[in-house]
Design a protein around this ligand. Structure first.
Ligand SMILES: [Zn+2]
Length: 97
């Protein structure tokens, strides 16, 4: 296999922010293939394919595919066992408007 250049997972922040209202760069994901748990920012992102392909930095299996069409997006997380997303603390007593 020839060596291909990749970007780090921080570049997924913009495209994924379009889908999710939270910052996913610090979200933790588990590779389905090797079990490595790491941040989304640690993934190796290849942008030469149609859409974005994010590979595990440990075993290089595909963990995430994101394809953006003109009016819809496809997110494939088959290679990711789980995605742990940091969320803002829930307010116990929402403040009145
Ligand atoms: Zn892996």
């Amino acid at each position: 296999m020839t060596e291909m250049s990749y970007l780090d997972g921080n570049m997924l922040d913009g495209p994924l922010r379009e889908l999710f209202a939270v910052d996913l760069s610090t979200a933790m994901g588990r590779c389905e293939n090797c079990g490595m748990v790491g941040s989304m920012a640690s993934l190796h992102v290849f942008s030469h394919a149609p859409g974005l392909i994010a590979r595990c930095p440990s075993c290089e299996e595909v963990m995430l595919r994101l394809v953006r069409g003109p009016d819809q997006a496809w997110l494939d997380l088959r290679g990711t066992t789980f995605l742990q997303v940091p969320m803002p603390m829930e307010q116990a007593h929402p403040s009145p408007l």
